[in-house]
Design a protein around this ligand. Structure first.
Ligand code: TXA
Ligand code: MG
Length: 310
């Protein structure tokens, strides 16, 4: 307990000085900086090698803290009450006079907000008097980090501090919903779209491949292990690593398992680590067997599809 408090204090110290620190969330690790400080936000873009026109998500401890920064609407309140804190990001109207740095939003009039569930991150947010802009803690287009050691692998000594909160529970990024007009999903993620529709009592639009390139994964290559990957594979070619969703009776050195028994949640949690491991083990190509396109399987397939554009 004591060390948790002192780690949070350490993270706060760096953040107060406009440095970036990595933070654990229930989805993936974030690379956080003070969202009100342009210096801090520019450092995030530089570290990640992220194009400045790709806006960041801002993280808050609770609804009371967003009131100076964005305009709240009915759909937001419904979804917030049901799913926050949790793996959902809301696009809302940015308030005039908000202190959010213009680099966060690429001067757009909307703001992406999220309320993370991880206890450490929540405690950290409560100890600050500013919200945290945080993209996933990885070099742009690469695999997101789901463990503190992944973050260190990505950034080495260039990052001042990693707040270690263990392995991420969900393992894939948040679901993003645009609530400015008709509710529209911009990215599949940790929360099922069907659950959102149940609360809103209507179908939502799905625009995960917009040509405007304002949202995630809409830059063509994303979530890439850095080697070619193909999906819906029946069997591996020579020299390929083969990713499977359930254990086989006869197994080979190049077989890697996402779960023991075709479990989609477990597979989501293991996906990025497994792909990282395969690359580290020296493989030059990855084949992935067909994964059921339901529930979080949809998000897994979305990530694999984008990773296969290598
Ligand atoms: O689970 C997550 O959402 C993680 C954790 C750290 O919270 N964060 C994350 O951030 O995945 P990032 O930056 O890797 O992906 C967020 C995506 C960006 O690609 C960006 O295009 C989109 O959100 N985004 C941010 N602000 C937006 C806005 N105002 N309108 C539309 N899309 C936006
Ligand atoms: Mg990302």
């Amino acid at each position: 307990m004591k060390s948790i408090q002192s780690n949070i204090k350490k993270a706060k110290k760096f953040l107060d000085k406009n440095h970036c620190v990595a933070v654990p969330t229930e989805t993936v690790y974030g690379l956080a900086g003070n969202a009100y400080s342009s210096l801090s936000v520019k450092r995030i873009f530089k570290l990640k090698k992220r194009p400045m026109n790709n806006p960041l998500i801002v993280h808050y401890s609770d609804i009371d803290r967003i009131k100076d920064d964005c305009v709240i609407n009915d759909n937001f309140v419904k979804l917030y009450n049901e799913f926050s804190p949790g793996p959902i990001t809301f696009i809302l109207k940015l308030k005039k006079g908000s202190k959010i740095s213009k680099f966060v939003t690429n001067k757009q009039k909307s703001l992406a907000v999220r309320f993370p569930k991880h206890t450490l991150f929540k405690k950290l947010l409560k100890s600050l008097n500013y919200p945290l802009a945080a993209p996933s803690a990885n070099i742009s287009t690469k695999l997101s980090s789901v463990k503190a050691s992944d973050v260190t692998e990505e950034f080495g000594a260039r990052i001042k501090y990693v707040l270690d909160g263990g392995k991420c529970q969900i393992g894939l990024e948040s679901t993003i919903i645009n609530l400015l007009g008709k509710p529209t999903i911009l990215r599949f993620g940790g929360l099922d779209v069907s659950k959102i529709e149940k609360i809103l009592k209507k179908k939502v639009l799905i625009k995960t491949n917009s040509k405007k390139k304002v949202a995630p994964g809409q830059f063509s290559l994303h979530y890439s292990p850095g080697i070619p990957l193909r999906t819906n594979a029946k069997k591996p070619k020579e020299d390929e690593a083969f990713v499977l969703i359930k254990k086989r009776k006869t197994t080979f050195k190049n077989y890697y398992y996402l779960s023991k028994k075709n479990n989609l949640k477990q597979s989501a949690k293991n996906l990025y680590s497994l792909l990282r491991k395969i690359k580290k083990d020296g493989y030059k190509m990855i084949a992935v067997e067909k994964i059921q396109n339901k529930g979080i399987g949809k998000t897994i397939n979305d990530r694999l599809k984008r990773a296969s554009r290598y």
